[in-house]
Design a protein around this ligand. Sequence first.
Ligand code: HEC
Ligand code: HEC
Ligand code: HEC
Ligand code: HEC
Ligand code: HEC
Ligand code: HEC
Ligand code: HEC
Length: 371
Amino acid sequence: MKIKTSFVFGVFMAFISSCLVLSPAFAIENDECMECHSDDTLERTESEGMKEDLFIDYDRFKYSVHNVNGVTCIDCHSDIEELNWDNEVPHPTSLAMVDCDGCHEDEGEAYLDSVHKKAGGKGITIPCYACHGYHFVSHLEADSVFERENKFCLKCHNPDHFHDWLPQKDTHFAFVECAVCHAPDSPRYISLRFYDLISKGFLSAKDLLAALGTDYDTFMDTLDKDKNDIISLEELEDMVLLLRQKDIRGTFHGELVLDLVPSVHHINRGGANRECEQCHNPQSPFFEEVYITLNNEDRTGQRHKVERKVLESYYVNHFYAIGGTRIRYLDKIGLVLIIGGLSLVTGHLLARIVTAPIRRKRKEKKDEFSI
Ligand code: HEC
Ligand code: HEC
Ligand code: HEC
Ligand code: HEC
Ligand code: HEC
Ligand code: HEC
Ligand code: HEC
């Protein structure tokens, strides 16, 4: 992600000025805002009589990706240039909308090519924060498909309505992030997560590392015996055995998720992937990149590359197996196609199979006559 250089410059200037105490405009600290906005009874009455809560939960804000990266209240509420303590409200009361694209230029540009942005033409405004929120924005990398969908798309859409052509909807929604299909030009990868069969839940990176007797820094050193920076099938097996010695039994689940790049915003009507073969095929480019993601406390993820071969292994449970000749799921899909009569070719073939005895008889008759 590219953060506008003027912002970087701004931070630099803020740093300089906080050292020299030169420019009061840069000196409005979060603390000053919080003198009033930490009051959980602070609210105002809107013209329609609705109450608007003006309290900011600073304990949550503290952990937001923005605060952690030094973005302050006035970096976003940039039309507050000074606090005039003589007034009851020390700043203007109708502030401009916060401009997210000012800093996130690339995402702002990518968002132009999106049904959500274009809805503006119909009078429906969907700002960045309709999906991301604003005071408590967090990194997304370590989030599961479930968390990503809940935070974003499911706030407004009920996917049950639109996907009747897709068999096993729930399975797909549990393992394929919505935007993997709906923003088809974005790079994607498979994120393997360790599922503990005894506690019936996903093991956090912290628990996984503790069980392996290692930590974030030494994880790869412990695992990657041949030091090629890729976890091979054998190395993954060693890891599973090590966990078993600690009485942790489980399997890996694979989730198909997007890389975090601006083009994830290219969601458009009629533009989604629906070709089964695009994923259900041994050579699918969708399954090229495989990683184990260790989630950090700040919800960033530490990604470690895994050999593609592991997807076919015993240790990866319930994942659409690829590369093999006896593909368990492909049989099922074949069945679905036939039952659903989705394919003309299949229908034609089926007709030929059913009518085969008749045709054979006819041929025999023909043969008799032609002798
Ligand atoms: C002395 C108390 C006080 C301080 C200090 C203060 N505010 Fe406010 N703020 C208020 C009150 C009261 C309102 C509601 C104003 C109204 O009635 O419309 C408000 C409203 C707001 C709003 C909503 C306005 C809008 O247009 O939607 C924002 C945003 C805001 N404050 C941000 C800040 C920021 C950022 C700071 C620090 C730079 C800050 N405030 C400092 C008291 C304060
Ligand atoms: C990442 C940008 C960002 C940061 C940082 C930020 N705000 Fe906001 N804030 C927003 C947005 C966006 C809104 C809602 C819509 C708007 O005003 O454009 C908002 C709304 C508000 C409101 C109105 C009430 C509400 O919750 O909707 C207040 C008050 C407020 N902010 C105060 C603050 C204070 C105090 C800080 C620092 C502790 C702060 N903001 C930091 C983006 C930000
Ligand atoms: C319709 C919902 C939606 C809207 C609106 C939206 N985003 Fe996103 N954004 C997403 C999704 C989904 C992702 C990918 C997250 C994931 O894969 O879990 C994402 C990812 C991001 C990322 C991280 C990826 C990167 O490029 O670094 C940033 C930053 C971001 N969005 C900023 C913005 C900004 C700025 C806007 C407004 C111009 C915006 N978003 C509008 C849904 C949305
Ligand atoms: C003053 C500049 C600034 C503004 C304004 C701003 N951001 Fe950010 N944003 C940042 C910085 C800096 C980061 C952290 C950089 C990073 O993660 O690479 C960040 C990170 C993010 C991320 C996490 C990206 C990731 O890689 O996981 C999202 C999502 C995001 N911002 C959305 C928003 C939204 C939505 C708004 C508007 C409400 C907004 N930002 C306003 C500077 C800004
Ligand atoms: C804030 C609410 C909101 C969120 C969150 C949201 N959408 Fe939408 N979405 C809409 C609206 C409103 C439209 C209709 C726009 C129009 O009529 O032009 C729409 C349209 C669409 C369409 C086009 C089809 C249609 O019915 O018009 C798709 C596909 C879509 N959204 C997918 C997604 C995905 C995937 C996500 C999560 C990344 C998401 N949306 C998040 C509100 C939302
Ligand atoms: C396997 C791929 C796939 C997955 C996963 C998927 N979709 Fe879809 N979705 C499609 C296709 C294909 C359509 C048909 C319309 C199209 O081509 O955009 C569609 C249609 C839609 C529509 C209506 C679009 C229209 O034109 O009326 C919405 C809204 C939508 N999906 C939202 C979601 C949400 C939310 C999720 C995640 C919970 C999701 N989708 C997951 C492929 C997928
Ligand atoms: C974007 C990629 C993608 C597309 C497109 C897609 N699938 Fe899937 N599908 C998956 C993944 C990944 C799984 C594995 C979920 C899991 O781990 O069990 C899956 C699971 C399935 C399963 C369940 C396997 C089982 O036993 O649990 C069936 C059946 C299936 N898909 C059929 C289809 C059909 C038919 C289509 C086309 C109409 C289709 N899929 C389109 C990715 C996709």
